[in-house]
Design a protein around this ligand. Structure first.
Ligand SMILES: C[S@@+](CC[C@H](N)C(=O)[O-])C[C@H]1O[C@@H](n2cnc3c(N)ncnc32)[C@H](O)[C@@H]1O
Length: 338
């Protein structure tokens, strides 16, 4: 059944979205606008077709992104495909909430507050810190390397470890939640292991850094990678639609780890895999006799947990088959949706 819900008038921002004015992007070869007419059709799924007279029909899969307000799948108008240029040139609309979402500065903003005019909301310091342009710039230029001193094995090894845990999700959709500047999103996208990779973070500047790292790399631009701004406590995906969620060095930064993991559980399909890393409150070298006395979290800014707390959190949020690997303060943990 075709619907006309996605006429251009339904997307007042769409001309801008399809033909971006931002000079730095529109001059970029990969974002040169394609003036190909599209029709949006929807049945139970939203599909996009090229105009059948000028182009062979191309039908996309069900739209992956959902409205962060009501979790209904968004209607998309724009070129088909799941890559940066195609997403950037597309307009998204929630027919239920009558709310539009578009790409700002190369990432698709799917926060609830996207488009607010007067209302602003500040997050806890551990979230706000990473929104800073300076911290975002420094993150892959020294900041992250410091983690090795606490036992983090380094990006290559962490990636390999995660890939092992993600074996049941191969070929599916992976969301790299709190991706920062995309250190692991780029590796997941390049691996070719997943049908789609979503690099998702709350920080606008981290996402800009992420784009800067990939904009000259044709091998990544051609992959099925999207950049999305969203809050981990309100993920813009339908329930049970995601095969794999990765959250590197992020649990300690989240405003509410329980809301975040409950949300990750919601979006995972049955059998889907969650892999996360963080710093432990007590490291594997902390003497057993001292552990009960280390009750205070060591930092005002971050929330650090024990191995037992992380396992408890995952199972309380409904995840099963919890396992972990620990090295000093570093923990990589994994759990599955039943
Ligand atoms: C330490 S960085 C981790 C980056 C990367 N995943 C890694 O392994 O290096 C933590 C990230 O969590 C993000 N973050 C903090 N609060 C968030 C929230 N509420 N929703 C989504 N991401 C958040 C920050 O913006 C930051 O990019």
């Amino acid at each position: 059944m075709a619907i006309a819900a996605a006429s251009t008038s339904s997307f007042p921002h769409l001309n801008h979205t399809l033909f971006p004015k931002c000079p730095s992007l529109s001059h970029h070869y990969h974002f040169r606008p394609l003036r190909v007419p599209f029709t949006v059709r929807a049945s139970s799924a939203v599909v996009l077709e090229r105009d059948s007279i000028t182009q062979p029909q191309v039908t996309s899969k069900v739209e992956l992104f959902a409205c962060p307000v009501c979790f209904e799948p968004l209607i998309r108008k724009g070129p088909p495909g799941f890559n940066l240029p195609a997403i950037y040139r597309s307009g998204f609309k929630c027919a239920t909430c009558n709310k539009t979402y578009s790409s700002k500065n190369i990432y698709l903003d799917l926060t609830i507050t996207a488009g607010t005019k007067d209302y602003t909301e500040s997050q806890p310091a551990r979230t706000e810190l990473f929104r800073s342009p300076l911290v975002s710039f420094l993150y892959e230029r020294g900041w992250r390397q410091n983690f090795n001193r606490s036992g983090f094995p380094g990006p290559d090894e962490e990636f390999n470890m995660a890939q092992e845990f993600f074996k049941p999700s191969e070929g599916g959709v992976l969301v790299d939640v709190s991706c920062g500047s995309g250190l692991f999103s780029r590796k997941f996208a390049k691996s070719g292991t997943y049908s789609k990779v979503v690099a998702l973070d709350f920080s606008e500047n981290m996402l800009r850094q992420c784009y800067d790292f990939i904009k000259n790399d044709d091998t990544i631009l051609a992959t099925n990678l999207a950049l999305v701004r969203a809050d981990v406590s309100r993920l813009p995906f339908a329930s049970g639609s995601i095969d794999a969620v990765h959250a590197g060095a992020a649990l300690h930064c989240w405003p509410s780890p329980s809301n975040a993991i409950a949300e990750i559980n919601r979006i995972l399909r049955s059998g889907g895999v969650f892999v996360g890393t963080t710093f432990l409150r007590v490291s594997s070298t902390t003497p057993e006799i001292l552990r009960p006395f280390i009750r205070q979290r060591v930092s005002q800014s971050y929330s650090y947990f024990t191995q037992e707390e992380i396992e408890d959190l995952c199972s309380t949020c409904g995840l099963i088959n919890y396992t972990s690997k620990v090295q000093q303060s570093f923990i990589m943990f994994t759990a599955q949706k039943p």
